[in-house]
Design a protein around this ligand. Structure first.
Ligand SMILES: [Zn+2]
Length: 417
């Protein structure tokens, strides 16, 4: 298990490999003895609120404890700067990054956006190479080299001729996260080629040898080496095709699944020299309908441009952007369905009276989301006098609010008690 020391929290580590509770990477924490996990994604009645969001306490029993040796990352990062500082640097970065034709086509053909909107939203491409040259040009737009210190995504690389600034992360499509004051406070990257990985449980060892051509359904495949009961085999596995093996008596022996690793990542450099972590607090995204954007000045409250008495909330930046344009309402994009406490203060500041939650339609089937929703309703009732509604639609009309409006439908809004 790969861990990273958490600042100001002695004995606690961020889980950089898969969290034993939710299976995702990053953001969740574990104690030194590896007996307690503070998971950010899987709700539980035992929880507490912190600056990075609601943390759910899960006790690990002996069998769930990670068996692999612990690696602890060396951290030479610095604390994250203020939003106004981040905005100054990220705006300069915006001017130095372009949008590749590949990403432009993706946004037009797959996401049904037009080029005017794409330009107004400021989506960018993180290129695969020559990043230090971009960092250098960003510095030349600012006052000083040290302006990049404490800005997630940037870090110092040790070169042959001395240290220099560069940018971290996999290449992909970059989505800016904006505050209610129109400051860019962070970026998420939609990775172009998420690597394949194996999810293993039980008495099996395995590794990916290399990826092979996809099958006729366009599912990714890989040649894998597996080791079961001292027998070594070469097998071809297909993405999401989980194999489960039981003994003759019906007991679970092992399971193996080939998966694509996470698609969306924060642009964060907390594990690198002079870099900074995106967390504490993690950004939320606030979206206005794109026709408002040319008139929205930095530091200007959005209620000067649009009625903010009713605000919609969804998960993810792109969904919020698309929702704002489809319904002509202000939208918050949460970094996760459980992260609603991040937007409590911003909602109050813009004068919201009515919150409409528009999470994905699989909410009725997804137990975790259901639980998060209940806790969310409870949280709003305890901390605000805002009314709360739920936007619902049939899953067959689309999964997300963006899929729904793309298909020409509108959600049904029901007041929650
Ligand atoms: Zn977790």
């Amino acid at each position: 298990m790969k861990l990273r020391r958490i600042r100001n929290q002695t004995g606690w580590y961020e889980v950089m490999s898969h969290c034993p509770i939710c299976g995702q990477k990053g953001w969740c924490a574990i104690n030194h003895d590896q007996t307690i996990v503070h998971c950010m994604r899987v709700p539980n009645d035992d929880f507490f609120d912190s600056i990075i969001g609601r943390q759910y306490r899960h006790y690990l029993d002996e069998s769930k404890r990670p068996q692999t040796p612990i690696e602890i990352e060396q951290v030479d990062s610095v604390p994250k700067k203020s939003c106004s500082h981040l905005n100054r640097v990220y705006s300069a970065l915006s001017q130095e990054l372009s949008l590749s034709s590949f990403h432009m086509e993706h946004l037009i053909n797959k996401r049904h956006l037009n080029d005017k909107t794409i330009y107004a939203r400021g989506y960018k491409t993180m290129p695969g190479a020559e990043r230090h040259k971009i960092a250098k040009r960003v510095i030349s737009r600012l006052s000083d080299q040290s302006d990049l210190l404490g800005v997630p995504g940037f870090f110092v690389q040790e070169g042959k001729y001395g240290p220099y600034w560069s940018m971290t992360g996999q290449s992909g499509l970059m989505f800016p996260f904006r505050t209610i004051k129109n400051e860019i406070s962070g970026w998420q990257i939609r990775v172009d080629n998420p690597p394949l990985e194996l999810k293993l449980k039980g008495a099996i060892k395995a590794e990916i040898v290399h990826e092979i051509e996809p099958d006729e359904m366009e599912k990714r495949r890989a040649l894998c080496k597996i080791n079961v009961q001292d027998k070594c085999l070469d097998v071809v596995l297909t993405e999401k095709d989980k194999k489960i093996c039981h003994s003759k008596s019906g007991n679970f022996v092992f399971s193996i699944e080939l998966k694509q690793s996470q698609r969306y990542w924060w642009w964060s450099s907390g594990s690198k020299l002079n870099g900074a972590s995106i967390g504490s607090p993690i950004p939320y995204h606030f979206a206005l309908p794109s026709p408002c954007l040319p008139y929205w000045e930095i530091n200007q409250s959005p209620d000067a441009l649009i009625d903010c008495s009713e605000v919609w909330v969804t998960e993810g930046a792109l969904k919020a952007d698309k929702g704002a344009d489809a319904l002509l309402k202000p939208f918050f994009g949460l970094p996760g369905v459980g992260a609603y406490q991040l937007i409590l203060e911003p909602l109050k500041q813009i004068g919201c009276k009515h919150v409409v939650l528009a999470f994905d339609a699989d909410i009725v089937t997804n137990e975790e989301v259901q639980k998060a929703l209940e806790l969310c309703a409870q949280f709003f009732a305890e901390h605000t006098d805002m009314s709360l509604s739920l936007a619902m639609w049939d899953l067959s009309q689309g999964k997300g609010i963006d899929d729904l409006t793309d298909a020409g439908f509108l959600p049904q809004v029901t007041r929650l008690v």
